[in-house]
Design a protein around this ligand. Structure first.
Ligand code: SF4
Length: 349
């Protein structure tokens, strides 16, 4: 317990240091002339790398929409749709309550990554991002999107926010992509949007380049078993402008638990057998689009018709939410009562 406390503290201090370093380097970059820019920009990329590694397990997952425009085969979304859950955009009243709630928490890192859904499904996404960016306690923001709705309008809104973000809180935008050809994309994402995504990402990177904005853009490829990514091809297809803060990564292995049927064309992470210590991700908090507050927020943390990781509602007090979290953790560690989504979970940390 003490070890865990110190590792959280150390990660926090290191993040503060790297955030400060990144801001300083970006300021130096803005007043530097060309030969100096090169090493400074290299140093910014190194700080981005460390900041991503320091995400840890203590942050907020904020879901502005639980509705999605893709049908990824590695996601529980199709099952959740079948269960009859009302998938929706977060409304203003719920958002304002969540904002009040977040102000009282200890979190400093926030991800606009929904458990299911996509940020751009909510047409007010930029208002919510901007308001959360203004919170004093939130120092670092990132998000994932499938980029299907990263159209001209949303690209421009995102650029506008990034330009306003003088303290560089928004430090990473991560886009999930399904391969370097249409067929692989359709297999992984279940919709025919390969060309749209490719065009959206290229156009957005061109705008970042033209505006000379520094933000980490991660292209994260989701691929089926036995498919290797040709990184050069991926770069030529998706980053035609050669935006230097764009990185490419691949996810070859997927998460599952005891209740998810495995697919033959996916490779899976190996599960941890009967862990005694509760998963550290239970310290994350998800603010769901419908006003629910949950522990964790990973892709399988909400199973159809299961509420075992639910901590309460956005109108509940922080004390009640934390009391419920404590109960889930002690039930696991003292009575071996493991919440349904965590049983056999291969993403256990
Ligand atoms: S065990 Fe899996 S489902 Fe449970 S909190 Fe950890 S990552 Fe999420």
């Amino acid at each position: 317990m003490i070890k865990k406390f110190f590792s959280i503290k150390i990660k926090r201090y290191l993040s503060i240091f790297f955030l400060w370093l990144r801001k300083t380097l970006i300021s130096v970059d803005s007043i530097s002339i060309n030969p100096i820019k090169k090493p400074v920009r290299k140093a910014i990329k190194i700080t981005d790398y460390f900041l991503t590694k320091l995400f840890g397990s203590n942050f907020i997952e904020f879901e502005v929409s639980s509705a999605c425009n893709a049908r990824c085969i590695f996601c529980l979304y199709p099952e959740i749709v079948k269960s009859g859950k009302r998938l929706k955009n977060m409304d203003t009243e719920t958002f304002e309550k969540a904002l009040e709630n977040i102000k009282q928490t200890h979190y400093s890192l926030l991800s606009f990554t929904p458990t299911t859904g996509d940020i751009f499904m909510n047409k007010d996404w930029f208002i919510y991002v901007d308001k959360i960016r203004a919170l004093k306690n939130i120092k670092q923001i990132f998000f994932y999107s499938n980029a299907i709705l990263l159209n001209e309008e949303n690209q421009d809104k995102l650029i506008e926010i990034l330009k306003k973000d003088k303290t560089h809180k928004i430090f990473a935008l991560l886009f999930s992509v399904g391969g370097t050809d249409r067929e692989t994309y359709n297999t992984m994402f279940g919709v025919d949007k390969y060309d749209v995504v490719k065009e959206n990402i290229n156009n957005f990177l061109k705008k970042l380049q033209a505006e000379d904005i520094i933000v980490k853009v991660g292209l994260e490829f989701r691929l089926p078993k036995d498919t290797k990514l040709d990184f050069n091809k991926a770069k030529l297809l998706f980053n035609q402008t050669d935006y230097e803060f764009c990185s490419i990564d691949v996810l070859y292995k997927y998460m599952y638990n005891n209740h998810i049927a495995k697919l033959n064309n996916l490779d899976y992470m190996v599960e941890v057998k009967n862990p005694k210590r509760a998963c550290s991700y239970l310290h994350k908090t998800r603010y769901a689009a419908d006003g629910g507050v949950w522990a964790d927020g990973c892709m399988i943390s909400e199973m159809p018709n299961d509420y075992s990781l639910k901590l309460g509602e956005v109108s509940d007090s922080i004390e009640l939410i934390e009391k419920n979290r404590k109960k889930i953790i002690t039930d696991w560690e003292q009575e071996n009562k493991i919440p349904k989504p965590c049983q056999g979970c291969s993403f256990y940390r």
